[in-house]
Ligand binder design. Structure first.
Ligand code: GUN
Length: 284
């Protein structure tokens, strides 16, 4: 049986460190604030936003929630973003995606101040990630790196395979592995022999969005298997992109879903918000 990586524990450790730093800032009169904006009624988004708010409370940040109706116009949302950009109490701004169809994600993200863009989705921050000189971490990929570090695996020289090429996960994930000198392959829906590519991986990161697609015949014995997926199985139970039961004996290390990467994403968001507050107060 491979070792299960406990994302809840690693996330709790990261948040405990952030809480200590937030308390030290408070002693200097600096409070950390995160604004979370949600438009519409998407149930999954509501859960994510609630968890972000709870995480803020847990680490001692102020959270400001803006729940806007489905019919909100682009002009109205941009006006809110502009107000938040100029509000000194707000160090970080997160607009929960996906937005309703009539709103253009890109237009909204481009208008968030890059200094408050704690998702690291703004083109300036994406560019900084590309060149390896950045202050805001891409939350999910950075959470994956923390999990890899937590088990003491050195990425240097390893075969790393990322399945998925999204701007939010796949591409920045590949960059972070590359920055640590992994030999990185990015696979996607047009990859001709996905199984053969995955079987080469010492570190396999699955971010596909297909329930239990990665079975044991895709993985090398002893590989580190990180599951970014968040899907529902045939019984409507939460599951990842990896068939956990089928892979857990063959993998060296494996993340569960839930309780693997998910809690890390929020911990990294807290880290970015702390970084933003420090930068805006001249402490970095
Ligand atoms: N929707 C799903 N994941 C995320 C995320 O990390 N940030 C934002 N803003 N929206 C999301």
């Amino acid at each position: 049986m491979g070792k299960i990586i406990d994302g809840k524990q690693v996330s709790a450790d990261v948040k405990a460190r952030i809480a200590t730093e937030a308390a030290q800032l408070k002693e200097k009169g600096i409070e950390v604030g995160l604004a979370v904006v949600i438009v519409g009624e998407d149930p999954a988004s509501k859960v994510y936003v609630r968890n972000k708010k709870l995480a803020c409370e847990a680490v001692g940040f102020n959270s400001y929630e803006y729940a806007l109706p489905e019919q909100t116009t682009e002009a109205q949302l941009l006006e809110l973003v502009d107000n938040l950009n100029n509000d000194p109490k707000v160090n970080g701004i997160l607009v929960q995606l996906p937005l309703p169809k009539h709103l253009n994600d890109k237009v909204i993200i481009d208008n968030i101040s890059a200094d408050k863009d704690v998702d690291a989705f703004h083109p300036v921050n994406v560019g900084k990630i590309m060149i390896g000189s950045y202050s805001f971490l891409p939350c999910t990929p950075a959470g994956v790196m923390e999990l890899i570090h937590s088990i003491g695996v050195d990425v240097k020289g390893k075969e790393c395979v990322v399945i998925g090429r999204s701007n939010i996960v796949g591409k920045p994930m590949a960059m972070l592995l590359l920055h640590e000198s992994g030999t990185v392959t990015i696979c996607h829906s047009k990859t001709e022999d996905l199984k053969a590519a995955c079987k080469r991986a010492d570190i396999l990161v699955a971010a596909v969005g297909k329930a239990k697609m990665i079975t044991s015949d895709y993985i090398k014995e002893g590989a580190v298997v990180i599951d970014v997926g968040m899907n529902r199985d045939e019984n409507n139970k939460l599951c990842g992109d990896v068939d956990f039961e089928d892979c857990k004996d063959k993998a060296g290390y494996i993340t569960p879903v839930p309780g693997g990467v998910g809690p890390m994403t929020i911990a990294m968001l807290m880290q970015n918000t702390l970084t933003a507050a420090k930068q805006q107060n001249g402490l970095l």
